[in-house]
Design a protein around this ligand. Structure first.
Ligand code: CA
Length: 639
């Protein structure tokens, strides 16, 4: 690695281009051994020849280079090219372009203020505490690709048909907002929506699909999700309209960020600005691959850390983003994650994958792994213990667990129910993957049974339980999500699960066509009991603080597990838990293939969840000292 000396103090990485109608100033931060930097101005975002070529001037230590171009450059494009050790590294818009031309090859000179939609200055992040979040993870194209689906005229949303299929703007449409509000989620986690490589923005008329985990420009929205990627302002404006519409509906917007690797090394803006500075290397000089995608960034490098902090802050300030999901957070170092946490307001929700996809060229004990969450207050991680305790392990789609009546997963499910905190009744020796409870607070755990990775829940149940009937499939789907939506962690749903979505058995659908990935909207009326169950559970959770106490001590005091048979998890939320109006709430998850019986004190109980139905006002009244719960179902009641 290069010795950087005063580089950090001098760096102004967030400000490579400053436009005024009189002149535009360019400033690139580089390594001290940089020999020359060429600035090129273009009339086009792609193709054509440079209209101007300018040799930039170095600061004394050559770690920053400057140029001022007179005249009004609005509408023009620019690139930098550095020369280090006699080698030209190729043109780049730099690491801090805030607007780019099509496919992100050139920076764009625009007036950022002109990108704000009407009313943007009064747009506010909805005030929702971490403990109250219910997160819905969606891919723009999955959600809005479907055309002209007529739903039941009795429903609030009568028709699914977007004027902007697969675009940011779809999330401003009445049907889309209506669906999210009706379901009741209050945060939308959008899959990578910064500029990524794998969709060619010059041919959007041909069907293309990608999840987008291949970053190009970290601080610019993806062009493929805009209505016109050739006009740099459009994607910025449309992204803001999306945020504004969701905020108006009381829904937070969480961005999936992928700072852990880039699309490639040689072509990346990092490499073309400061060769070899931003990537970790192995002892033998080869690039480390902790991301499993060919490279791994070095968050411990001062300028990479600063870049991540400033980039996250930029999305909060410019785009009013409410939260961040860090892809492979285990590749980043703890210090950087804590610096990010400190740099943004407390209401910004931060969580990540507490693992890496390969071994990292950095000491394991310093990485943002799930096991180190207690060293990262205010940051959450996904619980694969809960996910796999329910659906089965990650290393085989044909394997099942609690939902498939495989005994021995009860403690993993219980661990997910308490929100990954230590609890006297959770035996950590019997929890999969974790030896010690890794969360200090339940809001540090993401509760989920499925996400975009791996099979969706329906496909997994089908693959792992041969011959499963449709009614059994629905029962187990509902049972799995009951665990998620009654967990003290932060519940997280893959978009479309409420529609009994399937992906035709495709495990990794990152580039599959719409026929695989688009939501099964017809299921909205084909399986109303599924949507209604999800909606009912979400509403129940929102109205009852007992299910999301948000404090580890309260959970330990008020959540008590009850003796039960194999493949059953039963617990009581006692004594007005979390200030709940209900005195004692009983939750029973019966994953076994037979009826179970749970002993309760003599009393008169109102049943609010039973056999796939939810009604907060009460489905039934039960008196006595025993509850009987049919196989593969959940029951919730209170006294
Ligand atoms: Ca792109």
């Amino acid at each position: 690695m290069m010795t950087l000396g005063t580089l950090t103090a001098n760096a102004q990485t967030g400000n490579e281009m400053t436009y005024t109608p009189q002149a535009t100033t360019f400033r690139l931060t580089t390594l001290g051994n940089t020999q020359a930097v060429t600035l090129r101005i273009y009339n086009e975002g792609i193709g054509g020849k440079a209209a101007k070529t300018i040799k930039m001037s170095p600061a004394k230590d050559k770690t920053s280079w400057h140029a001022t171009v007179k005249g009004d450059l609005k509408g023009k494009f620019y690139t930098f090219e550095v020369k280090v050790n006699g080698k030209l590294y190729g043109e780049t818009p730099g690491i801090w372009a805030k607007a780019v031309g099509v496919n992100g090859k050139r920076g764009a000179i625009i007036d950022m203020k002109s990108t704000n939609p009407a009313g943007w200055s009064t747009d506010k992040r909805p005030a929702i505490a971490a403990k109250d979040l219910i997160i819905y993870e969606l891919h723009h194209r999955d959600f809005s690709a479907a055309r002209n689906i007529n739903l039941d005229p009795q429903l609030h949303i009568k028709r699914v048909s977007s004027n902007y299929p697969g675009k940011f703007m779809a999330l401003t449409e009445e049907w889309a907002i209506g669906h999210l509000k009706e379901l009741g989620v209050n945060a939308v986690h959008i899959l990578p929506s910064f500029d990524y490589a794998s969709v060619d923005e010059t041919r959007l008329n041909t069907p293309q699909y990608n999840w987008g985990y291949d970053p190009v420009n970290y601080n610019v929205p993806e062009g493929g999700y805009s209505t016109d990627p050739t006009k740099p302002e459009v994607r910025i404006n449309e992204f803001k309209q999306m945020v504004q519409a969701l905020h108006r509906a009381g829904i937070k917007v969480i961005l999936d960020v992928v700072y852990n690797h880039t699309f490639n090394i040689d072509g990346s803006n990092f490499q073309r600005t400061m060769p070899d500075y931003f990537y970790r290397k192995n002892a033998d000089g080869s690039y480390s691959n902790g991301s499993g995608c060919g490279n791994e960034t070095a968050s411990e490098q001062p300028l990479m850390r600063q870049f991540m902090v400033e980039s996250v802050k930029y999305w909060v300030d410019e785009y009013h983003i409410d939260g961040f999901r860090f892809d492979l957070m285990g590749v980043h170092d703890i210090e950087t994650m804590n610096a990010i946490r400190k740099a943004v307001p407390a209401d910004i929700f931060i969580y990540g994958e507490g693992w890496s996809a390969g071994s990292c060229a950095y000491p394991q004990e310093k990485l943002g792994m799930k096991a180190h969450i207690q060293q990262m207050p205010g940051i959450a991680a996904f619980s694969d213990e809960m996910r796999d305790g329910l659906r089965g392990p990650w290393d085989g789609d044909d394997k099942t667990a609690f939902l498939g009546a495989v005994a021995g997963n009860e403690e993993s499910v219980k661990y997910g129910i308490v929100g990954a905190i230590s609890h006297p009744q959770v035996d950590m020796k019997k929890v999969n993957y974790a030896d010690v409870a890794w969360a200090s607070q339940p809001t540090q755990m993401i509760a989920y049974v499925s996400c975009h990775d791996d099979m969706c829940l329906v496909d997994r149940l089908k693959a792992s339980i041969p011959g499963i009937s449709e009614s059994e499939l629905i029962r187990l789907d509902q049972l799995g999500q009951t665990a998620v939506l009654t967990s003290q962690g932060v519940p997280f749903l893959l978009s479309g699960e409420e529609l009994l979505r399937n992906k035709k058995g495709v495990h990794n659908s990152y580039e599959s066509p719409d026929s695989i990935n688009q939501l099964n909207w017809n299921n909205r009326f084909k399986y109303p009991q599924v949507f209604n169950y999800y909606r009912g559970l979400i509403s129940l959770r929102k109205h009852h603080p007992a299910f999301h106490m948000g404090d580890a001590d309260l959970v330990r005091r008020h959540l008590e597990f009850l003796p039960s048979q194999e493949n059953v998890v039963a617990y009581r939320l006692k004594n007005h838990a979390g200030g709940d109006e209900w005195n004692n709430i009983y939750v029973v998850l019966n994953g076994s293939r037979k009826e179970c019986v749970i002993d309760v004190p003599q009393g008169r109980y109102t049943v609010v969840v039973n056999c796939g139905f939810v009604n907060e006002k009460g489905i039934d009244v039960m008196e006595g000292t025993q509850i009987r719960i049919p196989s593969q179902t959940a029951l919730i009641m209170h006294d």
